[in-house]
Design a protein around this ligand. Structure first.
Ligand code: 13P
Ligand code: SF4
Length: 346
C-alpha cells in the first residue's frame, strides 16, 4: 500500500465559529461563581489550552488548575491529585488525560470539539499503512485518536517532536510520521530522520501566508517572528523562533525585540500578553491574495468551549471521556514514553 495522498484522507467539515457570546456580564459571572463552587465540591481541576477563550484560561488560573500546551496539560492532569479533570480544549486532549489517568473522571465542556489532524488519520487506514512498513517506528503527534496512539511506538507534541526525531535519527531508526505533513516536513528537515509522512494538516496554521508575512516583517522595525511548526515551510522559513505554544510564549517574553509577529491561534495572546507585558504583539497575516481564511487564526473547535457548557458538564457529569481499557493500556505506553523523554530533556 502506498501512502494515502491528501485528497484521499477524510474530508474535514470545518464548523462555523460560534456566534459571539450573547450572555450578559452578570450571567457570565454567575456561571464563573458556580463553576468555582463545583470545582471544589467535585474535587475537580480545570485544565485549559491556550487557544480556549480567555475567560476559561482565567478560570483555570484562579482555581489552581492549569493553562498550558498539550504536553504540559498531559503532565499536569496525570500528576494532579484531583479525582475529576475537566479539560477545556479539543477531544484528543481529554482522551490523553483519560489514558494517562484511567482512574480519574475526565469531563469536557463539549465532545464536538475535534481537530483536523485527528480527523485526517482514521485508525483503519493508518494501521494498514503501518503494517506495510514493519521496519519503521511509528511516531504520532498527540493530535490523534486513542486508537492511533495505541498503534504507535512514540507519541510526541510540538514541544518535543524535534528532539524525539533527532534521537531516532541518531540511532539510525526510520520512522512513519503522522498526521501533520507540515510539522513532519519541519522535523525531517531539521533532524534528517528517514521519514514517511502522513498528509494531514491543521486548518488554522496552514492558512498563514508567507508573502504577506514577509512584507509585514520587512515593514516593521525591531521585530521578531514566532511560528508554530504546524505552519507551512515557507512561513516557518521566516521565523526567528519555531516552537510549541509554551515555547512561543517564552520567546515573546525573552527576545529583545519590541514587536512580535505571532503565527498561531490568537487565543495565545491572553497568556502571551501577561508574559511579555510591554511588547507589541501582532497577529501574522492569514488573509490577502489567495487566502480562503476559513479559520482565521482561531480554531473553530477550541472556540466551542465556553463557561456555559463547562458549567453544564461539571454539574451533570455530561461529556465524560471513556476509553476502551485495552486501547487505553496500549496508548499509555507511548504517552508515558513521551512524558519520560521530556523529563530527561529538562
Ligand atoms: P501545542 O502542543 O503547541 O499546544 O499545540 C497543540 C495544538 O493543537 C496546536 O494547534
Ligand atoms: Fe487541531 Fe489546528 Fe485546532 Fe490545534 S489549532 S486543535 S491542530 S485544528
Amino acid at each position: 500500500m502506498t501512502l494515502p495522498r491528501a485528497h484521499e484522507l477524510p474530508v474535514c467539515n470545518i464548523p462555523a465559529h460560534p456566534e459571539p457570546d450573547t450572555i450578559s456580564p452578570a450571567q457570565q459571572q454567575d456561571y464563573i461563581d458556580k463553576i468555582k463552587a463545583l470545582l471544589k465540591a467535585e474535587n475537580a481541576a480545570l485544565v485549559a489550552h491556550y487557544y480556549t477563550d480567555a475567560s476559561l484560561q482565567a478560570l483555570a488560573e484562579e482555581t489552581g488548575g492549569m493553562v498550558a500546551d498539550s504536553l504540559e496539560m498531559a503532565r499536569f492532569g496525570k500528576e494532579h491529585p484531583a479525582t475529576t479533570l475537566i479539560v477545556a480544549g479539543v477531544k484528543f486532549m481529554g482522551e490523553t488525560a483519560k489514558i494517562l489517568s484511567p482512574d480519574k473522571r475526565v469531563l469536557m465542556p463539549t465532545l464536538e470539539a475535534t481537530c483536523s489532524l485527528d480527523v485526517s488519520c482514521p485508525i483503519e487506514q493508518f494501521s494498514d499503512f503501518c503494517d506495510q512498513h514493519p521496519e519503521r517506528e511509528v511516531v504520532v503527534y498527540a493530535n490523534t485518536s486513542a486508537a492511533v496512539k495505541a498503534r504507535a511506538d512514540w507519541v510526541v507534541t510540538s514541544s518535543i517532536a524535534l528532539k524525539v526525531a533527532e534521537h531516532m535519527a541518531a540511532k539510525g531508526q526510520k520512522i512513519i510520521w503522522a498526521p501533520d505533513k507540515y510539522l513532519g516536513d519541519y522535523v525531517q528537515s531539521q533532524s534528517g530522520v528517514d521519514m514517511l509522512p502522513w498528509q494531514g494538516s491543521c486548518i488554522v496554521h496552514e492558512q498563514f501566508k508567507a508573502d504577506a508575512l514577509e512584507k509585514l516583517k520587512a515593514e516593521t522595525d525591531d521585530v521578531a517572528v514566532l511560528v508554530h511548526p504546524e505552519s507551512p515551510a515557507n512561513v516557518i522559513a521566516l521565523a526567528d523562533v519555531v516552537g510549541s505554544t509554551t515555547q512561543l510564549i517564552h520567546a515573546a517574553r525573552d527576545l529583545p525585540q519590541k514587536n512580535v509577529i505571532v503565527a498561531t491561534d490568537r487565543g495565545i495572546f491572553y497568556k502571551m500578553k501577561q508574559a511579555a507585558a510591554g511588547k507589541n504583539l501582532i497577529e501574522a497575516p492569514n488573509a490577502g491574495e489567495g487566502a480562503t481564511c476559513r479559520s482565521c487564526a482561531h480554531c473553530p473547535w477550541m472556540a466551542m468551549n465556553n463557561v456555559e457548557n463547562l458549567y453544564q458538564s461539571l454539574k451533570t457529569g455530561a461529556n465524560e471521556i471513556h476509553i476502551d481499557p485495552d486501547i487505553g493500556k496500549q496508548a499509555m505506553r507511548p504517552l508515558q514514553r513521551m512524558l519520560d523523554f521530556s523529563k530527561q530533556g529538562q
